[in-house]
Write a protein that binds this ligand. Structure first.
Ligand code: C2E
Ligand code: CA
Ligand code: CA
Length: 459
C-alpha cells in the first residue's frame, strides 16, 4: 500500500514540523527579544528547577540581580534607541562571559540576573561589576553606565526561590544606596531590616481600618491681619507602640504598598467631619488637604472626591486640594481635567512644594491654578540670602499680576514673616505661627483666637 505509506510519511513530516514550530514559539516566549537572553518568566521557572536540583545534590546556588546605575540618564540624553543598543550589547557580554552551568536573564528594563553554581560568589560578583563598568561604543561615543549587583545564596540565606529573589533585591538596593558600581551580599543586617519593615507594613495595613491614622492641623495665617484663615490637614499615625509616626516615614511606604488612597480617604473623611463646624462657625475659611500624586493618576479621582465631599458637611468652597507638580507635569491633560472638574464645584486647587522640582513655569501657567505654596526650602533662605530674597520677591510680584495667591510654607522666624508680608505674600504657614497639632488643640486655639495676634503684634 504505497499510498498509505506516503501519507504516513507526510503525516510524520507534518507532525515534526508542528513540533518544531511549537518549540520555536516556546523558545520565543522564553526569550527577551532585545538581548536574546532568557526573559523573566522563564528565569523564574528555571530558578525553581535549579534550586530543586541543588537541594537533591546538596550543592549551593547563587543568584545575582544586576541593575544599571545610569541607564535612565543615558536613555534620556542619548535617546531610547541608544538605550536599546546598550542593553543589547550588555546582554551579549553577559552571555559571552557566562560559564556553561550559568544562566543569564533579562528581568525587564535595565535589570538583569545571573544564576550560578559557582562556589565563590564574591569573586563572581567582582567580575560582574567590572564587566558593567566597561565602556561601550554607541554612535561612535564611549558610554559607561556602570551597574550594581545584589547577591543571595541558596541554601545559606534561604531555601526558596521567592525569598532568594527578594533578598538579592534587598542587597542590590543597599549597593545602589551606597553609590552604585559595587555589589552587596544579603546578610543578617538586611534580614533584620526586612523583618522590621515587614512588621511596619503589616502594622500599617491594620492601622487604617483601626483608625490609627488621624488628621492633625496646622494654621494658615493671613499676612495682613495675622488671623488664622485656614488649616492644612496633615496625617499622623498614632502607633500603639512607637507613638506618633510622621508622614515622612509612612506616606512613601503607603504609596509603595498601594495603601495611600485608603489613607487619604480616611484622613479626608475625618478632617471634613472635624473642620466642618469650624467653617460653619466662621472660625476658618479654608481646609487644605494633601493628595498623593498616585491618587491623581486615577482618571476618576476628581469625580470620586466630589462624591465623597457631598457626603460631608464641609462646603465645597471651603476645600482646597494640594497637589504637587510632579503629577501635573506627568499628564497635563489629565491634570487640567481634574482641576477644572473640581473648580466647577468650587473646590480650589493649590500647587504644593513650589520651587523644589522642575518648576516648569510655562507648563504650569497654562493650568487654571489659583494658589501656589512656596516650598520651605525657598523660605529658609529668605532674609538670609539676598539672591533668594530677590527671587521670592519677584515671584510674589509675578503671582500678584497673574492673580495667583501665594502661601509661604515653613515660616520659622519673625524676620521671614516680616519680609514676606512686605513683599506682598498673602498667606503664611510655619512654626513661627504654630506647629501642626491635633484636632482638640486646634479647636481650642481657634475658639480662643490666640495665634492671630502673633504677627499683628510684631508687625
Ligand atoms: P507638606 O504637604 O509639604 O507639609 C508641610 C510639612 O512641613 C509638614 O510636615 C509640616 O509639619 C512641616 N512644617 C510646617 N511648618 C514648618 C516649619 O516652620 N518648619 C519646618 N521645618 N517644617 C514645617 P509633615 O506633617 O511631617 O508632613 C510631611 C509631608 O507628608 C507633607 O508635606 C505631605 O507631602 C505628606 N503628607 C502629610 N499628610 C498627608 C496626607 O494626609 N496625605 C498625603 N498623601 N500626604 C501627606
Ligand atoms: Ca501640603
Ligand atoms: Ca508643601
Amino acid at each position: 500500500m504505497p499510498h498509505l505509506s506516503t501519507s504516513l510519511t507526510e503525516l510524520a513530516a507534518r507532525v515534526a514540523e508542528l513540533e518544531a514550530e511549537r518549540e520555536m514559539t516556546l523558545r520565543l516566549a522564553q526569550t527577551d527579544s532585545l538581548t536574546g537572553l532568557v526573559n523573566r518568566g522563564a528565569f523564574t521557572g528555571s530558578l525553581c528547577e535549579r534550586l530543586e536540583a541543588a537541594k537533591a545534590a546538596g550543592t549551593s546556588v547563587a543568584l545575582f540581580i544586576i541593575d544599571l546605575d545610569r541607564f535612565k540618564n543615558l536613555n534620556d540624553t542619548l535617546g531610547h534607541h541608544a538605550g536599546d543598543i546598550l542593553l543589547a550589547e550588555l546582554g551579549q557580554r553577559l552571555r559571552d562571559e557566562a560559564a556553561p552551568h550559568e544562566m543569564a536573564a533579562r528581568l525587564g528594563g535595565d535589570e538583569f540576573a545571573l544564576i550560578t553554581e559557582d562556589a565563590d560568589p564574591a569573586a563572581r560578583a567582582d567580575k560582574l561589576v567590572a564587566l558593567l563598568g566597561q565602556p561601550q561604543t554607541i554612535y561612535g561615543r564611549a558610554v559607561t553606565s556602570g551597574g550594581s549587583v545584589g547577591v543571595a545564596v541558596f541554601p545559606r540565606d534561604t531555601d526558596n526561590a521567592a525569598d532568594l529573589q527578594r533578598f538579592a533585591d534587598q542587597a542590590l538596593y543597599r549597593a545602589k544606596s551606597a553609590g552604585g558600581r559595587r555589589w552587596s551580599s544579603f546578610d543578617e543586617d538586611l534580614r533584620e531590616e526586612g523583618i522590621r519593615r515587614r512588621t511596619l507594613e503589616d502594622d500599617l495595613r491594620r492601622a487604617i481600618p483601626a483608625g490609627e491614622i488621624v488628621p492633625w492641623f496646622q494654621p494658615i495665617v493671613d499676612s495682613m491681619t495675622g488671623r488664622t484663615v485656614g488649616v492644612e490637614v496633615l496625617a499622623r499615625w498614632n502607633h500603639p507602640e512607637r507613638g506618633l509616626v510622621s508622614p515622612i516615614h509612612f506616606v512613601p511606604m503607603a504609596e509603595e504598598l498601594g495603601l495611600i488612597r485608603a489613607i487619604d480617604e480616611a484622613i479626608f473623611e475625618a478632617a471634613c467631619a472635624r473642620t466642618a463646624p469650624w467653617v460653619a462657625d466662621g472660625l476658618i475659611e479654608v481646609v487644605s488637604c494633601n493628595v498623593s500624586p498616585r491618587d491623581l493618576l486615577d482618571p476618576s479621582f476628581s469625580r470620586k472626591l466630589i462624591g465623597r465631599l457631598a457626603k460631608t458637611d464641609l462646603p465645597a468652597t471651603a476645600l482646597t486640594v494640594e497637589i504637587t507638580e510632579t503629577f501635573l507635569l506627568q499628564d497635563l491633560g489629565l491634570a487640567r481635567r481634574h482641576i477644572e472638574r473640581l473648580a466647577a464645584k468650587g473646590v480650589n486647587v493649590a500647587l504644593d512644594d513650589f520651587g523644589t522640582g522642575y518648576s516648569n513655569l510655562r507648563a504650569l501657567m497654562r493650568l487654571p491654578i489659583q494658589t501656589v505654596k512656596l516650598d520651605r526650602s525657598l523660605i529658609d533662605d529668605v532674609g538670609r540670602d539676598a539672591r533668594v530674597s530677590k527671587l521670592v520677591a519677584s515671584m510674589l510680584h509675578a503671582a500678584r499680576s497673574l492673580g495667583v495667591r501665594i502661601i509661604a510654607e515653613g515660616v520659622e522666624h519673625e524676620a521671614q514673616a516680616l519680609f514676606l508680608r512686605s513683599a506682598g505674600c498673602d498667606r503664611m504657614q510655619g512654626y513661627f505661627f504654630a506647629r501642626p497639632m491635633d484636632g482638640d488643640a486646634m479647636e481650642a486655639i481657634l475658639r480662643e483666637t490666640e495665634i492671630p495676634e502673633r504677627l499683628a503684634a510684631t508687625g
